[in-house]
Design a protein around this ligand. Sequence first.
Ligand code: BES
Ligand code: MN
Ligand code: ZN
Length: 482
Amino acid sequence: MQISIIEKKESDFSCDALILPFIENDFSYYDNLIPTLSKQIHKVFQKEFSGKFNQTALISCSEDLKYDRVFFVGLGKKEDITSEKIRQIGAKAACSLRDIGMKDIAISSGLISSLGFPITNFLEGSLLSLYKYNRYKKEDNSNNINSITILSIFSKNLEDEIKKIKIVSEAVYFTRDLINTPANDLTPSELAEIAKSLKNEHISVTVLEKPDLEKLGMNSYLSVSKGSDEPPKFIILEYKGKEIPPVVIIGKSITFDSGGISLKPADGMEKMKYDMAGGAAVLGVLKAVSELNLPVHIVGILPATENLIGSSATRPGDIIRAYNGKTIEIISTDAEGRMTLVDAICYSKKYNPSLIIDIATLTGACSIAFGNTAIAMMGNTREFIEKIKISGLNVYERVWEMPLFEEAKEYLKSDIADIKNSGGKSGSLCSSAYFLYEFANPAPWIHLDIAGTAWNDKDKPYIPKGASGIGVRLLFDFISNL
Ligand code: BES
Ligand code: MN
Ligand code: ZN
C-alpha cells in the first residue's frame, strides 16, 4: 500500500474517497476549506450525521469535484477527543471504505492537527485495521485499499513520523502473521529461519542447538522439549545501534502448548498455537528498531520449543536442574513457559543488561483477571515499571501492575527441590511471576503477561480477530524513549 503526504488543498486533489473528520455539531471548519461542498455538508448535518464519535456518513459527489465520494467521520465532542479515539476513527474510515471497494483514499488532516493531535494516530489506526491473514485461503476476493494520502498544509516534519508509523505497523503485521500461522508450519526450526531472515548489518542471529544447550546445562528449558520430535531452538538476536549495556527482551516461544502430560482440555486447545506470541513480538520489535536505526542496544531471545506428549516427555514429579543450578520440581508440565523463561533469563545475565524484559502468554489467570483489556506487569525496578506504564498509555497497549508479594514464595515451596514450577491455579498470575523473579533477581527485570491480550476472539477497532501483535508497539515505544 502506498502512503503519501501531499501539500494540496482538499478541493484540488483527486481520489476515490476523501475522508472528512468532524467535531460533534460543528461543520464550520470545512466551510472555507471546500466551499464547493458546503451545501452538501449542511444537508448531511441536517439529516443523518451530527459528528458523534464513530458516526459516519457517505455521500456521492457531483461532477465538478475531483473525488467520487466524501466520507464523514465523527470525532465526538472536542473535549473528549483522544489519540486512541483518532486511531479508532482511522480504522473505521479505512475499513468502511475498503469494504465498499474504494481503492485510493485521502484524509483531510487539518482539523485533527488543529486540535493538537498528530494525524499519524489516524494513519496508524487505518494501517493496523486493514490487516488480513489469508495465507491458507485459495483465493482472496475481498477488497483492498491501494493508497492512503494525507492532505496537509505542512508535510516536512510529518514525513519521519509517517515512516515510523509505517515501519512499526509492518512489524505488527509481521508479528501477527507469525502468531496466526499454525504450529505445523511454524515449528521452532521455522521460527529460527524467520529470525535469521532479519539478519542485516546491525542484527546478528545465533541459534543454539540441542547439543549446545545440553552442554550449557539449560535443562529447565530442555525439559519442555522432550515430548516433541521437533528440535528446540534457542534463538538469539542482537541489534547494536550503540555501545551501551543492552536491554534484553525474552519472548515466550512455545510454538504449541498441549500442556504436555498435564494435558490441557480439548476445548480451545487449537488456540495454543499463539503461545509464541511473546517471541513473535520480540522479532517484530527488533525488525522495527533495526529498520529505523535506533541508537539502542537490544538483545532478543526466543527459547523456542513445542510442549507435546511423547514417550520421553517430562513427567509431573520429575526434578530438573536449571541453568543457574537451582532444582525445580515439576508439578505441572503445563507450567512450561516459566521453565523456558528462567533459563533464558539466567543466560541473558552474561550480557550485563541494563534491563531484562520477558513477554509471555504465561497464565490463563491473566486472561481471567483482565480479559483482553490489559497486560499484567510485575518487576523489581520502579523506574522502568513506570516507563512501561507510560508507553502503555502512549500506544494504548495498557499495562497494569500486579504485586510480587513475598508470600507467593509459600506457593512455590517444594519438599524435595529448591522450588516447584506451579503453586496451583489459585493466585497463579502472581506466583508465576514470582517464580521468574526467583531467577531474575537482583538483575533489573520486568515481566509482561500477555495471555489475555495476545489473541482476540472478536474484532476490535483496529485489531481484526486472531493475533493482536500486542507488545510490538509497547516495547518499540519504550525502547525509542530510552
Ligand atoms: N500457555 C498457557 C497459558 C495460557 C492459557 C495462555 C490460556 C493463553 C491462554 C500456560 O503455559 C499455562 O498452561 N499455564 C497454566 C499454569 C498453571 C498450570 C499453573 C495455566 O494458566 O493454567
Ligand atoms: Mn502451558
Ligand atoms: Zn504455555
